[in-house]
Unconditional design. Structure first.
Length: 211
């Protein structure tokens, strides 16, 4: 059974739309970036910590952890803590190119028979983890996003809708903010919250049967 270590309705919808069966068991961890940590390292670490937190309670299942961050000028933007913080983030992103990085981690018991491609591509670190009766893989996807210039009135009105409040970078590309995103380079689903193609590849390499 695949367990999604996230309460995000957007990640759940992306998996359902891709025909990937799963159940939900949200993880509760501290998502504060570490000093000196690069954005990619932060996203991958948080995804790994989420997956491990849930897998420790469900060691017989396959657990998927994910974490999405928005990066502008190497500054990591997570979810806003309040309305003024959301407005601050939107001002930073206005009329700028930024990166959206989603770290993903898949962890589960060692498979009896791994898919041939997965066995060939195993790294030494994955081999070491297998000695602990678990197999853990971490990866990430990056998408470049261009945001149009936002006026103060647009930012104020958008924040007032409440849409930015639980979104990394304080916007939802699949929501109202779509009107300000003229261009992206890379995986759209990654900006929504989960790089589906990457996750699908990881599941297949793990030998998971998918319809």
């Amino acid at each position: 059974m695949l367990v999604l270590a996230s309460a995000s309705p957007r990640r759940q919808e992306l998996l359902r739309n891709a025909g990937i069966s799963f159940t939900v068991n949200p993880a509760d961890i501290d998502e504060t970036p570490l000093p000196g940590e690069s954005p990619r390292e932060c996203a991958e670490r948080l995804a790994r910590e989420k997956a491990l937190a849930v897998w420790s309670m469900r060691p017989q299942d396959l657990v998927l952890g994910a974490d999405t961050i928005v990066v502008v000028d190497e500054t990591i933007l997570g979810k806003p803590v309040d309305a003024p913080d959301a407005a601050r983030m939107l001002r930073l992103l206005s009329d700028r190119l930024h990166h959206v990085i989603t770290g993903v981690c898949l962890i589960g018991p060692v498979a009896g028979e791994m898919a041939p491609d997965a066995a060939r591509s195993q790294s030494s670190s994955q081999e070491e983890l297998r000695t602990e009766n678990r197999e853990l893989r971490t990866a990430s996807e990056t998408t470049l996003v261009t945001m149009s210039a936002l006026s103060d009135d647009e930012i104020r009105d958008y924040v007032a809708t409440g849409e930015p409040m639980d979104k990394a970078g304080a916007y939802a590309i699949q929501g109202i903010a779509a009107r300000w995103i003229p261009r992206i380079e890379g995986d759209y689903s990654n900006v929504v919250g989960l790089p589906v193609a990457l996750v699908y590849t990881m599941l297949r390499e793990r030998g998971v049967g998918l319809r």
